[in-house]
Design a protein around this ligand. Structure first.
Ligand SMILES: NC(=O)c1ccc[n+]([C@@H]2O[C@H](COP(=O)([O-])OP(=O)(O)OC[C@H]3O[C@@H](n4cnc5c(N)ncnc54)[C@H](O)[C@@H]3O)[C@@H](O)[C@H]2O)c1
Length: 365
């Protein structure tokens, strides 16, 4: 039986059941820190939390071939309120088969069609842009998460020969496009935001993105309280750097959302700070930092745990723990203000030290 996030929030006295998948590389470093912070927030708010860990990732795959077990999706729907994931990707698995099976498998099979990626500047000293304030870089990328060029449709012909052909199909369904555009308008309305910008490349992608343009024109008519605009993706990326203050909500396809949100992360201080939610409203949803397994720094204990902590905060908000969401966010903001940071932000603390400091701040707040 499907539950709504709201129903879950009002199940009195019951523990929230959180599945935790640290995954690979720095995922195994930042997720323990985020879980510690989450536990501190739950304790602070006298909330019950039931955490179950899953060791899916490259080590497990190389050991026994497990990626996403056949019954996993049903289990998550039945037994969990939300999933917290680190990152997946390991060079010992050259095609990253395990990562595709687990992460794309969960996104597709749980139909987590909306990928929310906030790009919120916490402190003006963190942006590489000159003279920009926190108010001027505060927008959300809403990325379509189940279709487009990530649908895995395509193939090789004459692979490995000089005549090789490789195709990758861009899948855009009316249902998929309409629901993500509607999600973006509803998201804006819920948060009292006034502007939604849809970005595509309909001047060149004259079929798939023509559908985006037509559906956007239809849906925007139902949200006359919100200012709707359109930008081609190349211009959008330029404008994000030139004047990010013009954006509040950006909605776009899977590939463009992936790229735009990494640029957005760059504007707020780097990938180590950026959280995301993979959401199907009312159903079990998945929260993760935007970054990957960062093999260049994995094992050194210096990965920034703030993106993972902020993903845990987003998860709290989703399951109805709004005070805990705020509490974690404020503790992360305080860590930045007080210079309790990892080297990517110019600090000298380790992942664990930053995580412990934020957890301590949550408890003391
Ligand atoms: N959602 C996911 O699980 C996800 C997302 C992106 C990439 N990946 C995978 O991760 C692997 C590495 O990919 P990549 O190098 O392109 O991207 P990446 O995000 O892992 O790293 C990009 C850069 O950001 C830095 N970085 C990332 N996370 C950081 C953190 N928490 N603190 C400080 N610095 C951080 C890295 O050191 C690196 O310089 C690949 O296998 C890729 O497929 C997984």
């Amino acid at each position: 039986m499907l539950r709504s996030a709201n129903d879950m929030a009002h199940r009195p006295g019951s523990a929230k059941r959180i599945a935790v998948i640290p995954g690979d590389g720095v995922g195994k470093e930042v997720i323990p820190a985020a879980v510690k912070i989450l536990k501190a927030a739950a304790q602070k708010g006298s909330r019950e939390l039931a955490i179950t860990g899953f060791d899916w990732g490259a080590d497990r795959y190389l050991r026994d071939g497990t990626t996403l077990p056949a019954d996993a999706v049903e289990m998550f729907r039945r037994d969990f309120d939300a999933i917290l994931l680190g990152a997946l990707g390991d060079s010992r698995v050259p095609d990253n088969r395990h990562a595709a099976d687990i992460l794309l498998g969960l996104r597709f099979q749980l139909d987590l069609y909306a990928n929310e990626r906030p790009c919120v500047l916490i402190d003006s000293k963190l942006t590489p842009l000159r003279n920009r304030t926190e108010k001027e870089i505060h927008f959300h990328v809403i990325r379509e998460n189940t279709e487009g060029l990530y649908a895995g449709m395509g193939g090789f012909f004459k692979k490995g020969t000089a005549d090789e052909i490789a195709t990758q199909e861009d899948v855009n369904t009316r249902k998929g496009v309409e629901r993500i555009i509607r999600y973006a308008f509803e998201f804006a309305r819920r948060r009292g935001l006034r502007r939604v910008c849809m970005s595509d490349k309909s001047n060149a992608l004259t079929f798939g993105h023509n559908l985006w343009t037509r559906v956007f024109a239809e849906v925007r008519r139902q949200y006359s309280d919100i200012e709707a605009s359109h930008m081609y993706i190349d211009n959008l990326l330029l404008q994000m750097v030139r004047d990010p203050s013009q954006f509040q909500v950006i909605v776009t396809c899977n590939l463009f959302g992936d790229i735009a949100s990494d640029l957005g992360a760059g504007l707020i201080g780097g990938l180590g700070l950026a959280p995301s939610g993979n959401i199907h409203p009312g159903q079990v949803s998945l929260f993760e930092p935007v970054h990957g397994s960062a093999p260049d720094i994995a094992g050194k204990g210096i990965a920034n745990p703030m993106g993972a902590a902020l993903a845990a905060a987003m998860m709290c908000d989703y399951i109805g723990w709004t005070a805990e969401d705020q509490c974690i966010k404020h503790a992360v903001f305080a860590a930045i203000r007080e210079g309790k940071m990892t080297p990517d932000l110019g600090g000298s603390l380790t992942t664990r030290e930053v995580g412990d400091w934020i957890a301590g701040r949550v408890s003391a707040s």
